[in-house]
Design a protein around this ligand. Structure first.
Ligand code: HEC
Length: 138
């Protein structure tokens, strides 16, 4: 019975979608909204992808180094809490960068003394941490 009702809704919505193409995006959105419970509307590139966490971040792309630093790293690295090298302070970074960017990056990912692994950004990809380190060391 519910299936029948859903089919009717889908058909009606489909008709509205066809007939009302000129009615503006609002009505298309509301139709999509109503179609969702049928479980068959998941158009590539549309928001239903956000329902599955993993692909959500993939879909929105990597966050910029600046964003990561602002959200996760600045708390310690802006003023140098616990001896953290300061953002954009060449003198703080030079001796560290002497070990090579890869080493510095590995320490950012794995943690180093009071520096927590991934700087507390648990869901940051290696790529995002790398962008953040690049941003901080410049
Ligand atoms: C809780 C404070 C804290 C947060 C948050 C934090 N850091 Fe750090 N970080 C430190 C401290 C302290 C050090 C210095 C560690 C040492 O040399 O003993 C450090 C060192 C580093 C280094 C130098 C590693 C090396 O090889 O010398 C990098 C790179 C780094 N942090 C990146 C980041 C990034 C990227 C973030 C954000 C995603 C972040 N940190 C967030 C405290 C923090």
């Amino acid at each position: 019975m519910i299936k029948v009702i859903r089919s009717v809704v889908a058909v009606v919505a489909g008709l509205m979608l066809t007939a009302g193409a000129v009615a503006g995006s609002n009505s298309v959105e509301s139709i999509n909204e109503r179609l969702k419970p049928s479980g068959s509307v998941c158009i590539q590139g549309e928001e239903c992808a956000a329902a599955s966490g993993a692909s959500a971040s993939a879909a929105s792309g990597p966050r910029s180094g600046e964003d990561i630093v602002g959200s996760y790293c600045a708390a310690c690295h802006s003023v140098g809490v616990l001896g953290a090298p300061k953002i954009g302070d060449a003198a703080d970074w030079a001796p560290r960068l002497d070990n090579g960017f890869d080493t510095v990056l590995a320490n950012a990912i794995g943690g180093l003394n009071a520096m927590p692994p991934r700087g507390t950004c648990g869901d940051c990809t290696d790529e995002e941490i790398s962008a953040a380190v690049e941003f901080m060391t410049k």
